[in-house]
Write a protein that binds this ligand. Structure first.
Ligand code: FAD
Length: 459
C-alpha cells in the first residue's frame, strides 16, 4: 500500500500509526519531542503517579484505623523519591511505545513537520530540513495549555500543568485558577501533601459539566483537606512581583499570595505552524475541522485527537486515531461518541458517562434517578473509603440507562460498567437482574439501578 505519514506521537498519533501499519501501510511517524505525547510525558501518567504517591501517604496516615501502629511523626514525603517514581514510569512507558514502533516496522523521525503541499511535508530538526512525500497524512499534533491574556506563563510563578508536576519542592501554597479536571487533580495531589491550596473557578461549581451534587461531594472533601474554594469567581489581576493575585468573589475583591499560581483554564488545539493554510485544510482556534471519519476537507489528510478539539481525552484520541487510520486504509469506519467515560482522578475519584441529571431533565423531562451511597457498602467501609455515591439516570420511555455518575474510591474503574451499559443501550429492566459479586464496590451500581425502580434492598 502507498505510504502514510502521521504527525505527532501522542495517543492519537501512535495508535493511528500502529493501526495503519497493521493494515499493511508503509508508515512514518514524525514527533518533535517525545513519543507518548502529552498523555505519557506531561499529562495522564505523571499526574496519576503523583496522585498515587499522595494517596499512599494519606493511607499510611490512616494506619491506626487498620490496626497498624506506626511512628507517624516519622512518616514524611520524599519529594525526590516521588519525582523518581514518576519519571521511571514515564520512561518505561515511552520505551514501550518505541518498542511498538519497531515491532510494527514504523519509521520514526524526530522533527517538526509542516505541510508544503498536500503530498509533501518539511520536517525540521536542529540540523537540517528534510522533505517527506506521502499519499496520505494523519495530523495528531495535540494541544497545549491555554493562558490568560493578562497572566502569561513565566515558569517561575505563573505556571502550567507540565511545570506544576515537576516543581523543585512541595510548595507551601498554591493558587489554582480553574477548577476543571486538571485543576482539581492538582488540588488533590498537593492538598494531600500538605500544600495550602486555593481554587478560583468562574463557574458556579467545580468541574462544570459534571453532575452538581457529585462535584459538590468532591468540593466538601477537598475543603476537609484545607482547600479554599471560590466558585463564581473571576481572576482580575496578577502581580508576579509580590506573587499576589486579585480575584472577585460575590462582588468582593480578594487578594491572595501564593508560592505558585497554576493556570488550568483549558487546552488549545495546536493548529499553528503545521502549514494548514498552505494546503487549504479548514481549521479554527477550536481545532481542525473533520467529518465522522476524521477526514479533513482535503481527502488525503486526516486529523484526530486533541488537535480537532471536542473531547480532549486520551481514550477519545485512541478511538479517533484508530478510525482515521482504518478509514485511510479503505475501511468504512466512523467515530462513535455515544459512551465516552469521563474520569477525574481526585480523592475521592469521580467518573461519569452519558448525561448528568440536569442535562437529562432538560432533554427527557420526567426521568428516573437511582442513587446508592458508599456509606452503606461493606467493601468501601472496610477500605475506609465510604465517602461518595453512585447515581444512575434512566429515561422514562424504555427505561434506558442514559447516564451514570460515581464519586468515590475506584470510581474510574467502576465506570467501565456504565460505559458498557450505555454503549449497549441497556435498560434497567435488564440490569436489575444481574448479580454483583459480594462484597464489592460494584454492588453500589446494582443498588442504584434497583433504587431507580424503587426496589433497593440495602437503602
Ligand atoms: C495534566 C494533564 C492530565 C491529563 N490526564 C488525563 C487522563 O487522566 N486521562 C485522559 O484520558 N486524558 C488526560 N489528559 C488529556 C490527554 O493527555 C490528551 O487528551 C491526549 O494526550 C491527546 O492526545 P493527542 O495524541 O491528541 O495529543 P498529544 O498527546 O498532545 O500529542 C501530540 C504530539 O504531537 C507532537 N507534535 C505537535 N506538533 C507537531 C509537529 N508539527 N511535528 C511533529 N510533532 C508534533 C507533540 O510534540 C506531541 O508529542 C490530561 C492532560 C493533561 C495536560
Amino acid at each position: 500500500m502507498k505510504p502514510l505519514v502521521v504527525i505527532g506521537g501522542g495517543p492519537a498519533g501512535y495508535v493511528a500509526a500502529i493501526t495503519a501499519a497493521r493494515q499493511g501501510k508503509q508508515v512514518t511517524l514524525i514527533e518533535q519531542k517525545d513519543l507518548g505525547g502529552t498523555c505519557l510525558n506531561e499529562g495522564c501518567m505523571p499526574t496519576k503517579s503523583l496522585l498515587a504517591s499522595a494517596e499512599a501517604y494519606e493511607k499510611i496516615k490512616q494506619a491506626e484505623q487498620f490496626g497498624i501502629n506506626l511512628p507517624l511523626e516519622q512518616v514524611k514525603i520524599n519529594w525526590d523519591g516521588v519525582q523518581h517514581h514518576k519519571t521511571t514510569i514515564v520512561k518505561n512507558l515511552v520505551k514501550g511505545i518505541s518498542y511498538l514502533m519497531k515491532k510494527n516496522s514504523i519509521k520514526v523521525i524526530k522533527g517538526e513537520a509542516s505541510f508544503l503541499t498536500n503530498h509533501c511535508l518539511a520536517v525540521r530538526n536542529e540540523n537540517h530540513v528534510e522533505e517527506i512525500e506521502a499519499e496520505q497524512f494523519i495530523i495528531a499534533a495535540g494541544s497545549e495549555p491555554a493562558s490568560l491574556p493578562f497572566a502569561p506563563f513565566d515558569g517561575k510563578w505563573i505556571i502550567h500543568s507540565k511545570q506544576a508536576m515537576s516543581l523543585p519542592a512541595i510548595p507551601s501554597s498554591l493558587l489554582i485558577v480553574g477548577g476543571g479536571v486538571i485543576g482539581c487533580e492538582f488540588a488533590s495531589i498537593y492538598s494531600q501533601m500538605g500544600t495550602k491550596v486555593t481554587i478560583v473557578e468562574a463557574a458556579d461549581q467545580l468541574l462544570p459539566g459534571e453532575d452538581a451534587d457529585i462535584a459538590f461531594t468532591l468540593q466538601e472533601e477537598l475543603e476537609k483537606k484545607g482547600v479554599a474554594i471560590y466558585t463564581s469567581s473571576s481572576l482580575t489581576e496578577m502581580q508576579p512581583k509580590d506573587k499576589t493575585a486579585l480575584f472577585k468573589h460575590k462582588e468582593e475583591l480578594h487578594e491572595l499570595q501564593a508560592e505558585y499560581a497554576l493556570i488550568s483554564i483549558g487546552r488549545k488545539p495546536r493548529v499553528l505552524g503545521l502549514g494548514l493554510e498552505q494546503v487549504g485544510v479548514h481549521f479554527s482556534k477550536q481545532g481542525i475541522d473533520v467529518n465522522e471519519h476524521m477526514q479533513t476537507n482535503i481527502p488525503n489528510i486526516y486529523a484526530c485527537g486533541d488537535v480537532v478539539g471536542g473531547i480532549q481525552l486520551a481514550h477519545v484520541a485512541f478511538h479517533e486515531g484508530t478510525v482515521a487510520a482504518l478509514h485511510a486504509c479503505g475501511k468504512d469506519k466512523s467515530v462513535n461518541y455515544r459512551a465516552v467515560p469521563r474520569c477525574i482522578y481526585t480523592h475521592p475519584e469521580i467518573a461519569s458517562v452519558g448525561m448528568t441529571e440536569k442535562q437529562a431533565r432538560s432533554e427527557y423531562g420526567d426521568i428516573r434517578v437511582g442513587e446508592f451511597s458508599f456509606t452503606a457498602n461493606g467493601k468501601a467501609m472496610i477500605a475506609n473509603e465510604s465517602v461518595g455515591k453512585v447515581k444512575v439516570i434512566v429515561e422514562p420511555q424504555f427505561n434506558e440507562i442514559i447516564g451514570l455518575s460515581i464519586v468515590g474510591s475506584y470510581a474510574t474503574e467502576l465506570i467501565g460498567q456504565g460505559t458498557i451499559m450505555m454503549h449497549g443501550e441497556l435498560t434497567t429492566d435488564i440490569m436489575e437482574d444481574f448479580i454483583a459479586a459480594h462484597p464489592t464496590l460494584s454492588e453500589a451500581i446494582h443498588e442504584a439501578l434497583l433504587q431507580s425502580a424503587g426496589q433497593a434492598v440495602h437503602s
